[in-house]
Design a binder for this molecule. Sequence first.
Ligand code: ATP
Length: 548
Amino acid sequence: MTSLLRLLTILFTFARYRLDLLIAKGNLPWWLRLLLAPLALIPAGKRSRGERLRLAFEGLGPIFIKFGQLLSTRPDLMPPDIIAELSALQDRVPPFDKTKFCALVEHSLGDSVDNLFQQFDREPLASASVAQVHAAVLHDGREVVVKAIRPGIEKVIEQDTRLLHVIAQVVERYSADGKRLRPVEVVDDYRTTIFDELDLQREAANASQLRRNFLHSPLLYIPEVIWDYTRHKVLVLERISGIPVTNIEQLQAQNTDMKKLAERGVEIFFTQVFEHNFFHADMHPGNIFVSRAHPDQPQYIAVDMAIVGSLNRADQYYLARNMLAMFRRDYRQVAELHVQSGWVPEHTRIEELEAAVRTVCEPIFEKPLKEISFGHVLLSLFRTARRFNMEVQPQLVLLQKTLLNIEGLGRQLYPDLNLWATAHPFLERWLKNRFHPKTLWQDLKRYGPEWMEKFPEVPHLIFNGLQQVQHLDGLRDELQRSRELAQKRERRASVRRRLLLAATACIAGSVLLVWPELTHQVVKSGQHIPPAAWVLGGAGLLLLALRR
Ligand SMILES: Nc1ncnc2c1ncn2[C@@H]1O[C@H](COP(=O)(O)OP(=O)(O)OP(=O)(O)O)[C@@H](O)[C@H]1O
């Protein structure tokens, strides 16, 4: 019943904001066109399509708002006017009842909030789509925030994402852009992400790892997790007090070095991706603050570590080399790297991929470096490679989206940001260090025990390997024999075809020579048959006999 009501609400919102105008009606079946026809009576007004979509998402509540936010980070799928509108979506969600919040915390932690904390603020500090945050003070005097998942949110997410899935299926089937936009994939991706966000213990573990990676770093600060107070639905974190990164006025008022701030964002990103291999993948401005200390050496503070990403070693390596090759405009190498890394199938024609990459990249690299969007370069590359059957892995898409966020943020802080100037030396250094004896020694130390563990198996593996090789040799011989046999058969069949052709020609010739005699009825005695006809006929019969 609630699902039906929800569906009706969605349909009503769809009609109210004339979202039907976003779909090309030519592709719709007649019955759907008939159903949508009465909507023409509702005036669309002067609002743009992006604004109407944004208002619809806002009207449908937090899950749709978050979905809209996700779409706003997919310039590979959405047109720029819609992206601009959806980027303005803010999850200004009314807080949930404070007694419910306390009950949830008490149920999870097994004691009353008054016993658990020296001080507990019953008014929420922030209220977002999935969780709510309250301030508190621990008994040892440390200031903390208590984050708890909205009660009953799983059911709402389940219901809304199921309906979103159905809508996505309709769009995929009937919209002209349906195949390109891959809405079902986007919705399923979103569903996984949002369910991951519901596990605060997972977020706490990510926060702990990131904090360890940046401990004592002047670039980024991650608040400490208070593990004794953390469960699946409740997370207690050290309270931070920075300036929201979106508050440019306040940052400027304290004379923050904006250029350095923007560059440090890029440095953090590359350090996370290449050195730590663990990156915060939800770097939207609402989750980023700037420390009030040392505005000349500004330090970021990040919260909300629910979504993180990491690449495998091979992808890290090929990504770094691809970026360097692209910026050198060495498209041949870009194409070769795509094949070597296995991102595109082995049989891909290098020249064709090279030409396709050149076609999309040349216009981008004609611009001055500070105007080039790194995220868009990667996006164009993945889009091109997709035409060559590249299966873009989710981790690479996550990385590209994070890069777009970092870039957008950086350019907001410092419009002249030249991302390549920070990224280039970083990548060169990283690649050089990768084969440095020190790194190899570290690898040896790290993987050495595993290799030693596997060492006793080596003779066995070699023996098995040799057996496989022998087996393969046998297979190869067999394959060769059957190939030769097939060739022999083909040759024989070809000879037989030719013999048949020649026999037919001989017999036909013989019949032609005999034909006038036949018409004069003198053949019976056989006296007037020309000798050539005998020869040809005989030869034809001989050839037919040889064919057998
Ligand atoms: N450690 C902290 N100290 C101070 N404020 C915090 C802290 N953690 C979170 N907040 C505040 O609470 C807000 C919401 O927190 P958070 O982003 O973790 O929640 P969320 O539900 O995952 O939100 P969303 O997913 O919509 O970004 C933050 O934007 C910030 O203002």
